[in-house]
Design a protein around this ligand. Structure first.
Ligand code: SF4
Length: 1020
């Protein structure tokens, strides 16, 4: 029985702690503000004057900002919001931390959570989300050393391996989560992976020596392992031999622990389970019955953990005459037989993960593959408690990577990492030592209150002495900007909706499909790729944003089946969806209901942070890049082509240059003469791709440089296309693998997408292309374009390029849309809509009028601001009408592109097209159209609000430039002229369109009459 909370005494309340000048939010959290109820804060504010309002206001803001995104609830996945934190002294004189919490979205129904003993040190703050495990009596939770757990930020799922590694150094664990790519792949890791796979195959088949040989042979031959061997410069035969040395131990383990007729033949072990109660006899025999899953991936939103269990096994524990059956995690280790605290801790954490799927295993098994020795690891409360407390500390560090001072205007800064440890032995073998020293020097040592253990100072100096102050500043700034951006993205990346929101609710956003059942057999494409087909249990697929190629997470609709697998949509139609998944789900019952959730694509900051860290390394390549990029060393060029071209290549090069236009030839020459880098400004449609393809090349994306070929080869040139759209540290990635580089882009088009306002203000949207453009001698321009006809091109010339753009030929300049059925459509429109009396219709559909702006001012077409964003239903209807007519007139749907700046508008247009049975017309944002074109482009500007707030998206003239340069033959712009005139770039464009008499006013209520026309059109 739990006791009632003791009477409390207020520990302290002093104006010093409420310190007006350097008051920090954390002090606020830890000071006893006596916020037993929020109302008390009001009294406090009055007694201490206005200055005391700051923390309360900040708390209020924090709650208000997050409440719309927060899901609070009770039950097994309870999510509490912390309203106040008090430190108090109980009658025994020991301290307790009291949290006022609520699980109600309205913030009413408050409960109390009392943290005792070591739980007092959990760094929880007002505004935080926590999950509680234990009992709640009379609205009071008590978490102490014997009972209950508190999970801080439970929706942040941290891997068991990371938490186990934090035992020795929390800083290393946090750095490894942050600079993931700095933990290099090694021979030992490869051998470990191969051995795991061989064991996993054997446990599902046979441990007979000849079978083991066969599995080893197959596994070593697998293409992904061969690639890794190539990367690490390893010999396949050597790897196979080393793997074979382990195989006898595999067989020994199977002989010892599997398939025994008599339990007495099993090795004796020591294991007490909590459910054994006071039974002092810990001696038992353990028998592994079968393997139930391999690499079982589990997410636990209860404990804030995630992980993959090597093998999930069914086990019989024989003790005397009694036998218990348990399903347990079996962890395989290939290194030294340490039976270390890290290894055991990992298993304890896996027992927590297992509870998401099945009954508490109470223990796990640790198997060292070199010897075949297996150790049972009991998971007792004390171990779980200490590991969850470590997890909380780590979650706190990862969550608070940025520190904001309480003084509003002070700059946002990177927060210090957990302390450097003074353990030379651990540091000596630490894979993060470079980042540890770099972060200390570039970030922490710039802080007033930094402290570094004296013994570590020489090591830090040694690791960073090759760096100048400018380099440290560049690292620190980009680290800050990337962290800020990741925090914006994390909101999206965080998959918490999977466990906090039912699929039926999320379907409305278009990013989820629920109520799916598996049809047909699962097809194995190769190891780790399985083709699954799903259909809705009842009826057709809902309207969705999911498209072929989208990354998805597949879960069961039941809470025990979160995130079963990851993969891609291969095909989607009205009745079914086909996905390529990384796990074969045929073991689940046919009746299992599934859901698909779209996985955010752009949230990777591991790669840019890894590149940034690499840029700071003490290597020749990194030093050259630092000189050029950070210190702006002038790029060098050779004077004569003859000095760089081999004699026998001259004719070939001359022949290639002959096929190019003048600016393209100049660009090619510049590239060939460069010793460092060249920037090619590729205006829209100017044949950048042709120019790039003229050079011989190995092609990849900036994120695809993990291919083994890049680890072994240095290229003459690296060419980065669309470089003005790529963030600096992402763009860096491929540059490490070449002697010279070429950036192709156009800073008059869209810059890198940066979601975080603060990161943008700090300069994160400056691409490497833009940064280096200050060296004018490295820049060449491509001005002859082959996309737009002359009228469409003239808009961009007026808006952006000051007349520099030219058409590549008369054919390009005079090209118009071909509408083979236009005559019939014209007749229909005459009949339904007085076509000949509607000048705007003549203008908009006539192929010889390539540009037209339709003004909706008189219709009118007001915008709507809803939960999903800004939209304009009237514009959407007009767009659908125009699209349908063009298709009827003979235009292929795939030749039409619709652009709108807001997602909600895209969704509405998509819905209307879907219901009008118009398929294959691409509806997308401007950003998605960069680098591409269509024969007809229709743009819906959405904003129609003459004196309301201006949206950010339309203020960017680069975005407008991209929108008006995508159409080859026909560009139709739709919007409210008086509203759009308030945006400077659009004002300039409208002024030009007006002077050319290209703006047409739509009559009042036009969309209504057109809807009738459209209905009749579709019925015919
Ligand atoms: S170098 Fe030492 S202090 Fe730094 S992260 Fe590694 S183990 Fe920790």
């Amino acid at each position: 029985m739990r006791t009632a909370p003791p009477k409390l005494a207020l520990l302290f309340l002093s104006s010093e702690l409420l310190g007006f000048s350097d008051f920090t939010w954390r002090q606020f959290a830890f000071s006893a503000l006596a916020m037993a109820q929020l109302e008390e804060l009001e009294l406090l504010k009055k007694s201490l004057g206005e200055e005391a309002e700051r923390p309360a206001e900040r708390f209020q803001k924090k709650v208000e900002a997050s409440i719309s995104k927060m899901v609070l609830n009770g039950g097994i996945d309870n999510r509490y919001l912390v309203l106040a934190v008090n430190i108090l002294q109980n009658e025994e004189g020991t301290h307790e931390k009291h949290l006022i919490i609520t699980a109600s979205q309205s913030l009413e129904n408050k409960e109390l959570c009392i943290l005792r003993n070591d739980w007092c040190s959990v760094p929880v703050e007002p505004g935080d989300i926590i999950h509680l495990e234990g009992d709640c009596l009379s609205d009071t939770w008590i978490i102490d050393e014997d009972f209950g757990y508190l999970i801080l930020y439970p929706d942040m799922l941290i891997s068991g391996t990371s938490i186990a590694s934090s035992i020795r150094c929390m800083r290393r664990a946090v750095l490894s989560e942050t600079f993931r790519s700095s933990d290099p792949a090694t021979r030992q890791m490869l051998i470990g992976t191969v051995l795991h796979e061989v064991f996993q195959k054997a446990i599902s088949n046979s441990f007979a020596p000849e079978k083991l040989q066969e599995f080893a042979f197959q596994t070593v031959q697998e293409i992904r392992h061969l690639k890794e061997m190539y990367r690490l410069n390893l010999n396949q035969e050597e790897i196979k031999q080393e793997v074979e040395e382990y195989l006898p131990s595999f067989s020994k383990w199977a002989r010892d622990f599997m398939h025994k007729y008599n339990s007495a033949d099993l090795p004796q072990m020591q294991l007490s389970l909590p459910s054994d109660g006071n039974n002092n006899n810990s001696t038992c025999n353990i028998e592994v019955i079968n393997s139930l899953d391999i690499e079982e991936s589990i997410w636990s939103p209860r404990f804030g953990l995630k992980g993959k269990i090597d093998v999930t096994v069914g086990v019989k524990i024989h003790r005397g005459y009694k036998t218990k059956y348990k399903i347990m995690p079996l962890e395989l280790k290939t290194g030294k037989e340490l039976n270390s605290i890290e290894h055991r801790s990992q298993l304890v954490l896996y027992t927590l993960l297992s509870q998401e799927r099945r009954a508490d295993p109470e223990a796990g098994l640790l198997l060292y593959l070199k010897t075949g020795h297996m150790y049972p690891v009991p998971a007792n409360h004390l171990d779980k408690r200490e590991l969850l407390r470590l997890r909380n500390q780590m979650a706190f560090s990862l969550f608070h990577r940025i520190s904001k001072s309480a003084i509003e205007k002070e700059k946002t800064k990177l927060a210090p990492l957990p302390q450097i440890i003074e353990d030379q032995q651990t540091c000596k073998y630490c894979s993060q030592i470079g980042n540890c020293a770099l972060y200390s020097r570039a970030v922490e040592q710039q802080m007033d209150d930094s402290s570094v253990p004296i013994g570590m100072l020489p090591k830090i100096e040694e690791e960073t002495q090759h760096l100048k102050l400018t380099h440290l500043e560049y690292f620190s700034l980009w680290c800050l900007m990337l962290t800020l951006e990741s925090q914006s993205k994390d909101n999206k990346k965080n998959h918490q909706h999977i466990w906090l929101m039912p699929a039926s609710e999320l379907e409305e956003s278009g990013n989820c499909i629920g109520n799916l059942i598996r049809t047909e057999c699962v097809k194995t494409v190769c190891d780790g790729q399985y083709l699954h087909n799903f259909r809705r249990k009842n009826g057709d697929m809902p309207v969705t944003n999911l498209m072929a190629g989208d990354r998805i997470i597949l879960s069961g609709e039941e809470r025990t089946l979160f995130a079963l697998s990851r993969g891609y949509v291969k095909d989607i139609n009205v009745t079914s969806v086909t996905c390529l998944l990384d796990r074969n789900l045929s073991i689940l019952p046919e009746s299992t209901l599934f859901r698909l959730d779209q996985e955010e694509k752009t949230c990777d900051i591991d790669t840019p942070l890894g590149n940034l860290s690499k840029l700071m390394e003490n290597t020749c390549v990194s030093q050259k890049l630092r000189d050029l990029i950070i210190d702006f060393r002038e790029p060098q060029f050779t004077s004569y082509l003859s000095s760089v071209l081999p004699y026998d290549a001259k004719d070939t090069v001359a022949c290639i240059l002959k096929g190019l236009n003048k600016p393209q030839r100049q660009a090619m020459k510049k590239v060939l003469l460069s010793k460092d880098y060249t920037l090619i400004v590729g205006m829209p449609g100017t044949g950048k791709t042709t120019t790039i393809c003229t050079l011989r090349i190995v092609a990849t994306t900036c994120m695809g440089i993990n291919h083994p070929i890049f680890s072994r080869k240095t290229f003459d040139f690296c060419i980065v296309d669309e470089a003005s759209q790529i963030s600096q540290p992402v763009c860096l990635g491929p540059l490490f693998f070449s002697r010279r580089f070429v950036l192709v882009g156009d800073h008059q088009q869209l810059p890198p997408l940066v979601l975080n306002r603060e990161a943008r203000a700090l300069g994160m949207s400056e691409s490497l292309f833009k940064r280096l453009e200050r060296n004018e001698n490295a820049v060449v321009q491509l001005t002859v374009q082959y996309r737009m006809n002359s009228q469409i091109m003239s808009l961009s010339n007026k808006l952006t390029y000051e007349g520099k753009l030219e058409c590549g030929s008369d054919k390009v300049a005079n090209a118009v849309i071909s509408l083979p059925n236009f005559k019939d459509v014209k007749l229909d429109l005459e009949f339904y809509a007085d076509y000949s009396e509607n000048p705007w219709m003549i203008r908009v559909f006539e192929p010889n009028n390539p540009v037209c702006f339709l003004n909706t001012d008189k219709v009118p077409a007001p915008e709507q601001a809803e939960k999903g964003g800004v939209s304009n239903i009237t514009e959407a209807k007009l767009i659908v009408f125009l699209t349908s007519v063009f298709i009827k007139a003979g235009c292929k749907p795939s030749d039409i592109g619709i652009i709108a700046p807001y997602r909600q508008q895209l969704k509405i247009i998509n819905d209307l097209l879907f219901h009008s049975s118009v398929r294959m017309v691409e509806v997308n944002t401007v950003d998605k159209y960069q680098g591409r074109d269509k024969s007809i482009i229709l743009v819906s500007f959405v904003r129609s609000n003459k004196d309301g707030p201006l949206g950010e998206l339309l203020k960017d003239w680069r975005r407008l430039n991209v929108a008006i340069t995508r159409a080859k033959h026909k560009l139709i712009l739709l919007g409210c002229v008086p509203s759009l005139n308030r945006y400077p770039p659009l004002g300039k464009l409208l002024h030009h369109l007006n002077s050319e008499k290209l703006i047409m006013d739509l009559p009042s209520e036009e969309h209504e009459s057109l809807c009738h026309v459209l209905g009749d059109f579709q019925r015919r």
